[in-house]
Design a binder for this molecule. Structure first.
Ligand code: ZN
Length: 579
């Protein structure tokens, strides 16, 4: 017996050990038990309150009954934040606010639902209800606030923030519906302006510009004012000697006699671009294509222009797989690498060789201006030169500047340069501005829809357009994101941003880190490589203005950016070796 007992004890321990380990520190911890139990009790009470309310027609008529249940849920999520019950309580409270709005019609009720859903998405992004909360936001804007554009953006956020969530399918259906709806509205508006346009002048096409290589071409159609347009890609002609055609029909427009209506491109990708008056009110722009893999069409504002990006088929390169799979080849590559001191990643074309450094603004566009007259375009040009120098010296990479002097360069040309040069990274340098002179800090951006108002304002300023046009851009951004390297860009942004903040903090006491963010920047659209935009501080803030003026600060900043790029490259090579 004496021997058996410990044996049994051990057997029991072994039996329960896995269970114990699995549940140990969270649920079985005495404090955790107490917490979740009482959170459970609070949630249970709140649910009971809501149940009686929903079952009684009489009770639903009185506001205080609704508010009492909402308070119960509020108590749950405020007393036990971070618990599963808190997220569930928040979600239930949002539903109550929404339903209460159905009775009260008070805007403040639906606004309370909106802000609480937003809080839930922000505080509990990994909770299973987070994607549903984001979906509900879309629904509120669609059904109650009758703001289809905002609804579209909220549904788009479901796709972007919760690509694996189950609300994604519903959201995507709603987006299809809204696209049709908004498309119809646009047509309806078009017919109204069509009547007016009998009196109005037609909108003239001012210019057709293009930048091209055998694998990438960007064509830009410049117009006097915004027009509606449609794109068509014709099927391949059975007669193979005839090129395939992509054309745009621009409504209510005319072609001015001054512009060359047929432009020979002949880069192996596009044969030529031509524009002609198709009928009284339509101009047709036709691109004759020799070789095309993919294309995208979008428009930018102020001045209005339509951009067509055409990607050609790449010349065939050795697939990476075969090198990895065949040992002897890999060994050979390793030997070669040791001999030449070049990393395997670089030999396989995975490394970074060319970096485009883009100094924002220039020429007639000064960018942001400080009270003392300090101009963003001058600051960032100095910085770009310092960064380029360091890239060459420290990273032994080629650095290409989009502008070397105080010259004006359209935003769409900057990305075109990077694509044509087949750059591996694109880094656009800027300084920020704000009405509030106390605003300061560093931000780094990637291209995506803006998730907050501040980012939207920054994009509007950098794009030299209104926030209204930005919200228009947010809607079409989904289509433009094809081929965009979001994950690589956000990895690059993280490394560069951290490098910058770390380096500056070595010398300066207060360096406010405003983090990596996202917004729709014209200058990043269509970039075929990881691309970021760095905001180096606020020219409108007296402390940062003084810094941006000083050579020391810019040198430190350049050093931080290049250290960040270096770590990004090393991390990429490590990931490759590891895989
Ligand atoms: Zn700028």
């Amino acid at each position: 017996m004496i021997r058996r007992l410990p044996g049994r004890k051990y057997a029991l321990i072994f039996l329960f050990l896995p269970l114990f380990l699995a549940l140990s520190f969270n649920a079985f911890h005495p404090v955790a038990i107490a917490k979740s139990n009482s959170a459970k009790i609070l949630l249970h009470k709140a649910k009971a309150c809501a149940k009686t309310l929903y079952q009684s027609k009489a009770k639903k008529k009185y506001r205080h009954n609704w508010e009492r249940c909402i308070k119960r849920y509020e108590k749950t999520y405020k007393t036990f934040p971070g618990t599963d019950e808190a997220a569930r309580a928040m979600f239930a409270a949002c539903k109550l606010w929404t339903n209460l709005y159905g009775y009260s019609g008070r805007n403040s009720d639906i606004d309370a639902a909106v802000s609480l859903y937003r809080e839930l998405v922000e505080k509990y992004p990994t909770h299973r209800l987070a994607d549903d909360a984001q979906y509900r936001l879309g629904e509120i804007f669609y059904r109650y606030k009758k703001d289809s554009r905002q609804a579209y953006v909220e549904f788009l956020k479901v796709e972007i923030k919760f690509p694996k969530g189950d609300a994604r399918v519903k959201a995507s259906k709603m987006m299809d519906k809204l696209e049709r709806l908004l498309g119809k509205k646009r047509l309806a508006k078009g017919s109204v302006s069509g009547i007016k346009s009998k009196k109005k002048k037609l909108i003239a096409i001012k210019d057709i510009r293009h930048w091209s290589t055998p694998t990438y071409t960007r064509v830009v159609v410049d117009l006097e004012n915004p027009v509606k347009y449609k794109k068509h890609l014709l099927k391949k002609d059975p007669d193979l000697s005839k090129p395939r055609r992509l054309f745009l029909d621009l409504q209510n427009s005319c072609i001015s006699k001054e512009i060359e209506s047929s432009i020979l491109i002949k880069d192996g990708l596009l044969r030529r671009a031509r524009a002609a008056q198709h009928d009284k009110k339509t101009v047709r722009v036709v691109l004759d294509i020799d070789n095309m893999k993919a294309y995208r069409v979008f428009h930018l504002y102020d001045p209005f222009r339509i951009v067509v990006d055409v990607q050609g088929k790449e010349p065939k390169v050795k697939p990476v797989k075969t090198v990895v799979a065949q040992r002897s080849k890999k060994e050979k590559a390793t030997k070669k690498r040791k001999k030449e001191g070049i990393s395997l990643a670089k030999q396989l074309g995975l490394g970074v060789k060319k970096i485009v450094i883009d100094a924002g603004h220039g020429g007639k566009d000064p960018g942001a201006i400080g009270r003392n007259g300090l101009r963003e375009k001058d600051v960032v040009l100095k910085l770009a030169n310092l960064v380029a120098e360091k890239v060459r010296r420290d990273l032994h990479c080629q650095a290409i500047l989009t502008r070397k002097s105080d010259a004006f360069l359209p935003l769409e040309k900057r990305t075109a340069i990077a694509n044509m040069k087949k750059a591996d990274l694109f880094i656009s340098l800027h300084a920020n501005a704000h009405k509030n002179t106390r605003c300061q800090g560093l931000e780094t951006y990637i291209l995506n829809i803006a998730l907050d108002e501040e980012s939207m304002n920054v994009a509007a300023r950098e794009n030299a357009t209104s926030t209204k046009n930005i919200s228009d851009l947010q809607m079409i951004l989904n289509d433009l994101m094809l081929n965009t390297k979001i994950n690589e860009s956000s990895r690059l942004a993280k490394f560069v941003h951290n490098g910058l903040v770390k380096e500056l903090r070595k010398r300066y006491k207060i360096v406010k880190n405003r983090g990596v963010r996202q917004a729709p920047f014209y200058v990043l659209i269509g970039a075929e490589m990881p691309a970021i935009l760095v905001e180096l501080g606020y020219i409108t803030n007296s402390i940062e203005n003084r810094r941006l003026k000083s050579e020391t600060y810019l040198k430190r900043a350049a050093s931080g950016i290049v250290k960040g790029i270096d770590l990004y490259i090393k991390d990429m090579e490590l990931a490759y070796k590891g895989g």
